[in-house]
Design a protein around this ligand. Structure first.
Ligand code: AN0
Ligand code: CP
Length: 318
C-alpha cells in the first residue's frame, strides 16, 4: 500500500478489519516495525481524534511522529502549477511535499474542502499534489471529499457490534447544522458501506443528494422516519449541499435524531464520527443512550490508523 486516500486503496476490507481487531488485542505486538521510521502529520485544519489517534497509532508501531500545523505554522502555500509567485503565497506545495519527504518515511495529511468551489474541492488538489511530489507513502487524514480512516474505524465498530449471519440494515441520516459542512464523511461512509455486506439506505432532505460517484447503489429515501424502519445501525451526519454547492437548504429541527424517532428501528446502534453539535444534529438522550457507539468509534480510530500504517510499513521499502 503506497497511498491510503479511499476504500479503493484497500484490496481486502475484511482483511484490514481483522488486522485492526488483532492490533486492538495486542497493540504493541509490532512495535519493532516502525523503529527509526518517522511519521509526519500535516494539518491544514483542526482535529482532536485524528491527530491523537494517528499519532498514537504511529507510536504503538514504534514510529517517531512529527506534527506540522501547516495552516498556522507553515509559510503561505501556493497550490497552482507554473504561477508567478508575486502575491501572498510564499512556498509551493511541491517544495513542501519534496522537503517533508527528506525527513519523513510516511506523510499523513488533513486538508478539508474550502466549501467555495465544487470543482476545486473535488479535485483534491492538496492531497494529489502531495502524492505527486512526495517520495514517500501518503495517508489521508480527511481530504476534501473523503475521510477513509474514519470509515475504516466505522466498519471495525460495526463488525464488533454485528455477530448475526444476516445483513444489517444501515441508515445514514442527515442531521441539521448551522454551518456549511463538507460531504467527506458521508461520501466516505457511503463508499465503504457499498463495498461491505450490508443493506444501505441514505436519508436526507431533497436537495442534499451526495455525488453519485460515492453513493451509486445506495437506496435514497427522503422520508427520514420511513428510512429508519428496521434499521440496525443509524449513522448521523450533517453535510451541506453537493449540487447547489455548500448551500444550506434545510434548517428544519424535525430532522434532529431523537429516541422517539428511533422507536421504529430494530433497537438500532447509533453512530457519529464526532465532533457533534449536540441537540442540533442529534439529541443528548440518543448520544448518551445505551445504544450509542460514539466513543467506541473514537477508540477504533486508533486501530484503523494502526492497521493502515502497519500495512504501509510492511509493503514498502524504505
Ligand atoms: C468535519 C467534517 O464533517 O468534515 C470533520 C469531521 C471528522 N466536521 C465538522 O466540520 C464539524
Ligand atoms: N472524527 C474526526 O476525524 O475527528 P477530528 O476532526 O477531531 O479529528
Amino acid at each position: 500500500m503506497k497511498i491510503f486516500t479511499s476504500v479503493n486503496d484497500v484490496t481486502n476490507i475484511d482483511e484490514i478489519v481483522n488486522e485492526a481487531l488483532m492490533l486492538k488485542k495486542a497493540p504493541y505486538s509490532f512495535s519493532h516495525l516502525g523503529k527509526n521510521k518517522t511519521l509526519g502529520m500535516v494539518f491544514m485544519n483542526p482535529s482532536l481524534r485524528t491527530r491523537l489517534s494517528t499519532q498514537k497509532a504511529g507510536m504503538n508501531l514504534g514510529m517517531n511522529t512529527m506534527v506540522m500545523n501547516l495552516d498556522k505554522d507553515g509559510w503561505a502555500l501556493e497550490m497552482n502549477e507554473g504561477v508567478v509567485m508575486n502575491g501572498t503565497t510564499v512556498e509551493h506545495v511541491k517544495d513542501v511535499a519534496a522537503v517533508m519527504s527528506q525527513y519523513c518515511d510516511i506523510i499523513a495529511i488533513r486538508c478539508f474542502a474550502q466549501m467555495k468551489n465544487k470543482e476545486a474541492d473535488y479535485s483534491e488538489m492538496i492531497l494529489n499534489q502531495f502524492i505527486k511530489y512526495s517520495t514517500v507513502p501518503i495517508v489521508s487524514m480527511e481530504g476534501s471529499t473523503l475521510h477513509p480512516l474514519q470509515s475504516l474505524a466505522d466498519v471495525i465498530t460495526m463488525r464488533e457490534n454485528w455477530t448475526k449471519k444476516t445483513k444489517p440494515k444501515v441508515v445514514l441520516t442527515w442531521g441539521p447544522h448551522i454551518k456549511p459542512i463538507a460531504q467527506a464523511v458521508a461520501n466516505s461512509f457511503s463508499e465503504w458501506m457499498l463495498k461491505t455486506d450490508v443493506d444501505f439506505t441514505i436519508t436526507h432532505p431533497e436537495g442534499y443528494e451526495l455525488s453519485e460517484d460515492f453513493t451509486k447503489g445506495a437506496k435514497i429515501v427522503y422520508n427520514q422516519q420511513e428510512a429508519l424502519i428496521d434499521a440496525d445501525f443509524v449513522y448521523i451526519k450533517n453535510w451541506s449541499c453537493y449540487n447547489d454547492y455548500a448551500k444550506i437548504l434545510c434548517a428544519d429541527s424535525n430532522w434532529m435524531l431523537t429516541n422517539k424517532k428511533l422507536e421504529v428501528t430494530n433497537n438500532a446502534k447509533i453512530m457519529h464520527c464526532l465532533p457533534v453539535r449536540r441537540n442540533l444534529e442529534v439529541s443528548d438522550e440518543v448520544l448518551d443512550g445505551a445504544n450509542s457507539l460514539i466513543y467506541q468509534q473514537a477508540n477504533n480510530r486508533l486501530f484503523s490508523a494502526q492497521a493502515v500504517l502497519k500495512k504501509i510499513l510492511e509493503t514498502n521499502t524504505f
